[in-house]
Design a protein. Structure first.
Length: 219
């Protein structure tokens, strides 16, 4: 029985490991290129958004930016924590808190390390004081929304419901990241790197969670 459980868990672990490696590789490529070959692309996109983006898209971007910021993620985290405490799902609680807080901490440390200035093409909102690379909204959004989706998917009996959940989660994470470009507070590579970093952190948290679950089952 124990061997069978280990074999069944292997595809999940391999998936998380591949996601971790690919996401980290994407982040490294973006970090090495944003000040070089991708710099012109960043500048062109930022200027195009500042001069040509319709006003209604800017208005639509604002609530999604709030959703991926401290306001939206704080509300999401309080709700998730309350449910997990009520269920006494302590491992899931630790997993979510680590994904939520850890992604923000890692993004903040990397921002200080790269110290990239914000776009100067013109922003419709006040520019934050923090550095630009990577996007904290994209990082925390990918990790936190992904963690919630993982926990919800495990509680949904229907494959169709799980498919819709993942589609909605991916769409929401993409829109949150794009909203930061639309508002002129991040470059394109900031957001792409944030998605990579958030996915890498989520994959690392999932690998640790799987290892703990495997040890629990083996007892």
């Amino acid at each position: 029985m124990r061997l069978r459980q280990e074999v069944q868990a292997l595809p999940r672990r391999l998936t998380f490991l591949v996601l971790l490696v690919l996401a980290l590789a994407g982040f490294v490529v973006l970090a090495a290129s944003y000040d070089g070959s991708l710099g012109d692309v960043d500048t062109e996109v930022a200027r195009g958004v500042a001069s040509d983006l319709p006003g209604f898209l800017e208005a639509i971007a604002r609530p999604f930016s709030w959703l991926g910021g401290w306001i939206g993620l704080t509300v999401l985290s309080i709700a998730a924590i309350a449910v997990l405490v009520h269920e006494r799902s302590w491992l899931d609680l630790a997993f979510f808190v680590t994904a939520f807080l850890g992604s923000q901490l890692v993004a903040s440390l990397l921002k200080n390390g790269f110290d990239r200035p914000r776009p100067d093409a013109g922003s419709s909102v006040p520019l934050p004081d923090s550095s630009s690379f990577p996007s904290g909204h994209a990082t925390a959004g990918a990790a936190s929304l992904g963690a919630v989706a993982v926990l919800l998917a495990e509680r949904l009996p229907s494959p169709r419901a799980r498919a819709w959940l993942w589609a909605a989660t991916v769409a929401l994470g993409v829109v949150v990241g794009l909203s930061r470009i639309a508002l002129g507070v991040h470059y394109l590579t900031d957001v792409l790197a944030g998605w990579c970093l958030g996915l890498a952190w989520l994959a690392a948290c999932l690998l640790v969670r799987e290892a703990i679950l495997a040890r629990t089952r083996s007892r």
